[in-house]
Ligand binder design. Structure first.
Ligand code: 3PG
Ligand code: MG
Length: 397
């Protein structure tokens, strides 16, 4: 991306390079259960090491509240990083001060060091200039490779870019390029698929999308709120009845912006929220009072596929149904596979993100076939909401 400095512009040999990475990975009994985020930052670490930099990794882990707390230590993650990067990774039990200084002083060109959780200091989240200075004392250059933490204006995600020469890492670079293709300067028509449980958590996102995309597919529990707002009886389905007015406003805004809203035209209804519960497909005029919608129906799937066929660009956040319960994963899987096919055939640029969405695409076995799948949660949502991301904006030339 032309308005960011990348590693191509950086002379790193012999320099101390502070690299912000996102190592906020799921861990169970001390074992990393999903290393995707580590895999994503590995190329940047490898490249810097190969070019002879002293690579100093900065990262947060969880949300510690009161200073150092062993359960939020990055110590155990260092091994996982070493394994994936294929290079030994030293660890310092502090992110600033004596312990960090000593570990950095020992580094030889090409070495990799992970510093302890940046959030063990209040100054990190406050982006306190004194704290930024303390972190910067150990670096000559700053590289940010943590798009997924870029919605935070913290010392290690934003402050450092103000006091050191700052560059986007390879993953940040790829993410920004993909997002630019998704909503920044997309090839039209652009279709968005938005699902998930609640309208209330995605109001800003829907409001922004209807002004940017040509068609918006709404699925998941939040579709029920839209259907109910139009007088459809949704039985015992998840539904925010108090948001009927808001749903109608979003539809009016879409109409004014020439964005077609695609709602389900039929529904898969069950009587228990559990896997393999007995179910039946119904038209929207016949949803039983005692049933709940757990997925969009077969005609809706065809409608969504047709929308995908019409698109040159697709942006996706949120599942279409209760995909974690078979067989209510059917629409999500069918749509995901269709997107994957269109993408592989060269007809579609597809960008997806968000925790549930990545899980759904992995479940469908097609995450690798999308043009880009972001591992960001909050940052991806804020990007879809059209909000500025402090960690990205500060990198702009
Ligand atoms: C994430 O897991 O979404 C990122 O690492 C950011 O974490 P945070 O929401 O605790 O800031
Ligand atoms: Mg988060």
């Amino acid at each position: 991306m032309t308005n960011f400095k990348t590693l191509d512009d950086a002379d790193v040999a012999g320099k101390r390079v502070l690299v912000r990475v996102d190592l906020n990975v799921p861990v169970s009994d001390g074992v990393v259960t999903d290393a995707t985020r580590i895999e994503r930052v590995a190329p940047t670490i490898q490249e810097l090491s190969k070019k002879g930099a002293k690579v100093i990794l900065l990262a947060h882990f969880g949300r510690p509240k009161d200073g150092p707390d062993p359960q939020f230590s990055l110590g155990p993650i260092a091994h996982a990083v070493a394994k994936i990067v294929g290079h030994s990774v030293h660890f310092a039990a502090d992110s600033i001060g004596e312990k960090a200084d000593e570990a950095v002083a020992k580094l030889k060109n090409g070495d990799v060091l992970l510093l302890e959780n940046t959030r063990f200091y209040k100054g990190e989240e406050k982006n306190d200039p004194e704290h930024v200075k303390a972190l910067a004392a150990n670096g000559d250059i700053y590289v940010n490779d943590a798009f997924s933490a870029a919605h935070r204006a913290h010392a290690s995600t934003e402050g450092l870019a103000r006091v050191l020469p700052a560059y986007a890492g390879r993953t940040m670079e790829a993410e920004l390029l993909a997002l630019e293709k998704g909503l920044g300067a997309p090839k039209r028509p652009v279709v968005a698929i938005v699902g998930g449980a609640k309208v209330s958590s995605k109001l800003d996102l829907l409001g922004n999308l209807v002004e940017k995309v040509d068609a918006l597919v709404i699925g998941g529990g939040m579709a029920n709120t839209f259907l109910a707002a139009q007088g459809v009886k949704v039985g015992k389905s998840l539904c925010e009845h108090d948001l009927a007015g808001t749903a109608r406003e979003i539809m009016a805004k879409a109409k004014a912006a020439n964005c077609t809203i695609i709602l389900p035209v039929d529904a898969i209804v069950a009587w228990h929220f559990q896997a393999n519960a007995p179910f039946h497909a119904y038209g929207l005029d016949a949803i039983p009072d005692d049933g709940m919608i757990l997925d969009v129906g077969p005609q809706s799937i065809e409608r969504v596929k047709a929308a995908i066929d019409d698109a040159s660009t697709l942006v996706w956040n949120g599942p279409l149904g209760a995909f974690e319960l078979t067989p209510f994963d059917k629409a999500t899987v069918a749509a995901a596979r269709h997107v994957a096919e269109r993408t592989k055939a060269g007809h579609l640029v597809s960008v997806a993100g968000g925790g549930d969405t990545v899980a759904a695409l992995n479940h469908a076995g097609v995450a690798d076939d999308f043009s880009y799948v972001s591992t960001a949660g909050g940052a991806f949502l804020e990007w879809m909401e059209g909000k500025p991301l402090p960690g990205v904006d500060v990198l702009k030339k």
